[in-house]
Design a protein around this ligand. Sequence first.
Ligand SMILES: [Ca+2]
Ligand SMILES: [Ca+2]
Length: 379
Amino acid sequence: MKLKFTALGQLVLLIGLAVPHACSQMCVPPPQGMISWWTGDGTTLDYFGLNDGLTTSPVSYAAGEVADAFSFNGSQFVQVPRSASLEPVQITVDAWVNAAGSPGLTRYIVTKGAVDELEGSYALYTGAAGGLQFYIFDGTAVRLSPDAGTGVWDGKWHHVAGTFDGTAVRLFLDGNEVGTGTPIVTTIAYGLSAGTIVTNDLFIGDFNPNCPSNICPDDLHFIGEVDEIEIFERVLSQKEIARIFAAGQAGKCLPVKVDVDRSSHDGRDRHSDDSVTAAILGSVAFDAADIVQHTLRLFPAGDRHHHAGPQSCRLKDVNADTFPDLVCRFHIEEQRHRDDDDDTTVLVTGQVSVTGGQRTFFGADSIDLESDHGRHGDH
Ligand SMILES: [Ca+2]
Ligand SMILES: [Ca+2]
């Protein structure tokens, strides 16, 4: 079982309120429209969606831009089974990449599908000159973005994003557009079938790895590191892309699911000693046991001054999905309770240890924080 974040739009809005954009070293909320997010934090799991890489994928990890990254030495790749969710009409593909020297010609960072040695439906690769390009295939021809050039392979991390909106193929490097896009009114061809060795799986770090050398003689492996690969079902704006770049090592905030409940001390002075209990739900991709408890904070949306730390926490599987959840009690001072009857959105944030570092997570839940005065028996 995996968590789905169907209310992400609301969550993003709330995080936007909670996280000042002035500081570039804070995590940024994941942009809306995300389909999949492979963090490379020691796992091939898709943090956001349902497109997990196969556990049999031959892959290594190394220090990345945000915690760990996939590290490809020339024989490794991540394979993600075909899914309709990875076949949007408009698209953004983004990642952090790092290699000391050009990995070679037509080396693939990511490709959706593969026909022999010819083309995928969309791909980020080094292109015919060993630089960095995005393309889409429309069934007739490969439609290439402008080329970022071989200078990008300088042993430092660079952020790349490729987009296609139905009218132009664009490339962004470190938050800025390369050139002005390649105009072409067409549609991406999915369900590739014409060819000898054809796949519609998605690959990170290679192209058509199961194609034998008599049909695919060239080495199309990427050599270097790839981090935080994401697919969106829409075209991100230059501003949104620049925001991901500016966040740098802080990366994007991990969305988590939380369940916040009103509760009070048992029988003790309910009017002045209120508390809430927050369950931060674990999932296959989020281990609640790895939460750094002293970093936890709970606060009503918009209230930047009274972030409560946890009074006590314990691990318990509160929703019986076999994944442990972290259940913590937080005090909420009564004078800050709202006077109206509207539900208040409560944010929970903190750090979680992942392979290669720590990341910030955010979750939100709606709760009635109204004072208990005259409301005995409601709960
Ligand atoms: Ca990472
Ligand atoms: Ca659970």
